[in-house]
Design a protein. Structure first.
Length: 136
């Protein structure tokens, strides 16, 4: 794993949350994006070398909506940048971690992503991220 790629925060409303985080981080939101496969809309902030992703559900039955219903708004996941997501997935699976998806899928911010089950990571949802290169 190369570095923490971003911290994901579940919110009820991007419209309400974006100004709060722009003020908090003293930087504008640089990108919003819908990820239809995950039923979310996202907003990204760059604060120095660190990124924050806000996630709003676009479906009342979506993962983020269910997360907020159960736990409320707040920290949803920690994402780590990897150089070779498939190799990292194989390494972690061999080490006994449970992957939530068997193949990487297209996520927000031009990334291939895979999540690890939080039961194996002391309750923390971990996301692996690899930048999508031309032709992937």
């Amino acid at each position: 794993m190369n570095k923490i790629e971003h911290i994901g925060i579940a919110v009820r409303s991007l419209q309400e949350s974006i100004p709060v985080f722009e003020s908090l981080l003293n930087t504008p939101c640089y990108k919003t994006e819908a990820v239809e496969s995950e039923k979310v809309s996202t907003a990204f902030f760059q604060a120095g070398p660190n990124k924050v992703e806000l996630l709003e559900s676009t479906d009342p039955e979506g993962v983020i909506a269910k997360f907020i219903d159960k736990k409320g708004e707040g920290l949803h996941h920690v994402a780590f940048e990897v150089s070779d997501i498939r190799a990292e997935m194989a390494r972690l699976q061999t080490a006994g971690f449970v992957l939530l998806n068997p193949e990487p899928k297209r996520g927000a911010d031009n990334k291939l992503v895979c999540f690890l089950h939080p039961k194996g990571t002391h309750g923390v949802l971990v996301e692996l991220c690899q930048e999508i290169k031309e032709g992937e």
